[in-house]
Write a protein that binds this ligand. Structure first.
Ligand code: ISE
Length: 339
């Protein structure tokens, strides 16, 4: 593409993340403008479109893709709507930034993987924004440098203040742990081969019937273990922490020590309250990287293969949650396009 004029973006889904991405493209990052939005809720689409000069509003997600001036698509609708939107974008060979999960299930992700291969080139960057977070980037570089030796274990903590009303026990895996699944694969450069999910007695702060917290153990192809405490109704803040334990040392991120205050006989800092605050810079950098690479005519970042692998691991995780015990992950062979 290699273009001088701004990239015309259609944003599909104007809920929390979609609206935030519209604001980001319009006011924070450079090189792109939102030319159209779509949402099944017409009023919501209109309200978000009204915040951007010349932006049109639609209810059919495929409609803006056919519109003049649309060069790329950002999909931020709910996970079950992603597959149809991705396939519609492929029909027009449009570059896509697709929020996670790529699809909620491995079969859907495989169909997307096959459709992208039929195009003959990569078109999709998947929205695993942690890969753009400065602390994760430093941890990744340190592990890759080999200074600490081989990673043996990764301990992850992922806490949300409160879960949304529609959250189910399996969504702790598919919506939340999906991030640690990707972070583990990316940091260790290994596939996840098996998943075990343990459930303590649920917190009394969790909605009735929600299995919260959960303790997830991921086994990797290189023999490492990655454990995840997922606790989506912890009540006190949004925390994402990771500690790599390697043969010659450990490295930890996410302690939030950016500002420590001493006052009135106490010391401490503040805890972010949600992901749009904790990962604000990562989202900005992720979308900027997508716009920049798209304008250069390239596709970078987490691929459809990464989205598929995460979907397959999460599917195994949901089975482990439901039936107990250890569930192996079945992946197809990695196609040449993604090697
Ligand atoms: C949400 O969908 C996200 O992607 C957040 O990053 C995660 O922390 C949260 O648990 C999910 O529900």
């Amino acid at each position: 593409m290699n273009r001088r004029e701004p990239l015309g973006v259609a944003v599909i889904g104007t809920g929390r993340m979609g609206a935030d991405h519209v604001r980001r493209i319009d006011r924070v990052i450079s090189g792109a403008r939102v030319v159209a939005v779509a949402d099944t809720d017409a009023e919501r689409a209109k309200a978000v479109a009204a915040t951007v000069d010349g932006c049109t509003a639609h209810t059919d997600p495929a409609a803006p893709m056919a519109g003049a001036g649309v060069d790329a698509v950002l999909i931020a609708s709910p996970g079950p709507a992603h597959e149809a939107a991705l396939l519609a974008a492929f029909e027009r060979d449009l570059p896509v930034l697709c929020e996670k999960p790529l699809t909620p299930d491995a079969a859907g992700a495989l169909r997307v993987l096959e459709a992208e291969q039929a195009l003959g080139h990569r078109r999709v960057q998947v929205g695993f924004m942690r890969r753009y977070d400065a602390e994760y980037v430093r941890l990744k570089a340190l592990l890759a440098s080999g200074q600490l030796g081989r990673p043996l274990m990764l301990h992850n903590r992922h806490r949300n203040v409160a879960s949304p009303p529609f959250f189910t026990s399996s969504m702790l895996i598919t919506d939340s742990v999906a991030h640690e699944v990707d972070a583990t694969r990316w940091l260790l450069e290994q596939e996840i081969t098996a998943v075990t999910v343990l459930r303590p007695t649920p917190s009394s702060g969790a909605p009735d019937g929600l299995s919260d917290p959960q303790f997830v153990v991921l086994e990797t192809s290189g023999g490492a273990l990655s454990d995840v405490e997922i606790f989506v109704n912890c009540g006190f803040g949004y925390q994402v922490q990771a500690e790599a334990v390697c043969e010659r040392g450990t490295a930890r991120i996410g302690d939030g020590h950016a500002l420590i205050t001493n006052m009135a006989g106490r010391w401490g800092g503040t805890i972010a309250q949600d992901f749009t605050e904790r990962f604000a810079q990562a989202y900005d950098d992720e979308v900027q990287a997508w716009v920049d690479s798209t304008r250069r005519g390239e596709v970078t970042g987490p691929s459809t293969w990464d989205g598929y692998a995460a979907a397959a691991v999460c599917e195994a995780g949901v089975r482990a949650l439901e039936q107990g015990g250890r569930v192996e992950v079945a992946l197809v062979d990695r196609p040449p396009l993604y090697r």
